[in-house]
Design a protein around this ligand. Structure first.
Ligand SMILES: Nc1ncnc2c1ncn2[C@@H]1O[C@H](COP(=O)(O)OP(=O)(O)OP(=O)(O)O)[C@@H](O)[C@H]1O
Length: 249
């Protein structure tokens, strides 16, 4: 479980995220929706301290992961990013590595040396990502030989290998064809049994299909956050209603 408390984020003087308070529940998929530039990706990045690689970005407030602030002075950002994994819009496998090595990479960085154990984890994560059957006979081939949809599932497997608690997905299917999109969406049903999942999406049908809860953002504010069904059928805020009915954005 993740709790954001009074979370604000600035890029220089620009106030991009305004006092967000929300709980992201375990074993649920939470969707972030809202028009371009409203701060969805910015907030997502703040949940695993990824904004720290952006010059001039500054956060105030707390993000609690299982009750512990990820911004605490003694917390290591590299560990935070293992606990809170991220999958990006464009599949980004390590281009010089094999399929196997892409999944094993994080384990090796963590000091895993036992080949049998690494084999087991690679297989399990590729299974979990719904890719094992498609790649089991070509594990040592370069990852760039996979299709875009397969590469994205490989990136999901790579994220799972280091045993995160939370998986953040920033428009994970926007570069994929419809069949690959469907595969990733189906995966979310499986993955939420084990993880807290957050997905940023521009596609409202996708949010309605895959998420349990939906948060609507506008100009850095979180306008409304509720059960997905409520957001799409009976939103409380006029701005949410205007957005989901296609009146802007
Ligand atoms: N690195 C940056 N430096 C300065 N401003 C930024 C930076 N990244 C984002 N912003 C600004 O912060 C605001 C929120 O951007 P963000 O990318 O989080 O929105 P978004 O809702 O994810 O948009 P989209 O749906 O288009 O991806 C925008 O006004 C954007 O211009």
């Amino acid at each position: 479980m993740i709790e954001a408390k009074n979370l604000n984020l600035w890029y220089g003087d620009f106030h991009a995220i305004k006092n967000i308070n929300m709980t992201l529940e375990k074993n649920k998929v939470t969707a972030f929706i809202g028009p371009s530039g409203c701060g969805k990706s910015t907030f997502l990045r703040a949940i695993n301290r990824m904004h720290e690689v952006i010059e001039g970005a500054r956060v105030d407030g707390e993000i609690l992961l299982e009750g512990q602030d990820i911004y605490a002075s003694d917390r290591d950002p590299v560990t935070v990013r293992q606990q809170v994994g991220m999958v990006f819009q464009k599949p980004n496998p390590f281009p010089t590595m094999s399929i196997y090595e892409n999944v094993a990479a994080g384990l090796r960085i963590n000091g895993f040396r036992d080949k049998k154990k690494i084999d087991e984890i690679v297989e399990r994560c590729l299974e979990q990502a719904g890719l094992w059957d498609e790649v089991k006979d070509r594990l040592n081939k370069n990852a760039m030989g996979l299709s875009g949809g397969q590469q994205q599932r490989l990136c999901i497997a790579r994220t799972l290998a280091v045993e995160p608690e939370v998986v953040l997905m920033d428009e994970p299917t926007s570069a994929l064809d419809p069949i690959s999109t469907q595969k990733v969406e189906e995966l979310l049903y499986e993955l939420k049994k084990k993880y807290t999942i957050v997905i940023v999406t521009h596609n409202m049908q996708q949010a309605a299909r895959v998420s349990d809860r939906t948060a609507f953002f506008l100009l850095g504010d979180m306008v409304e956050y509720d059960e997905t069904e409520t957001i799409f059928t009976n939103p409380q805020d006029k701005r949410t209603e205007d957005y989901i009915s296609g009146r802007f954005g």
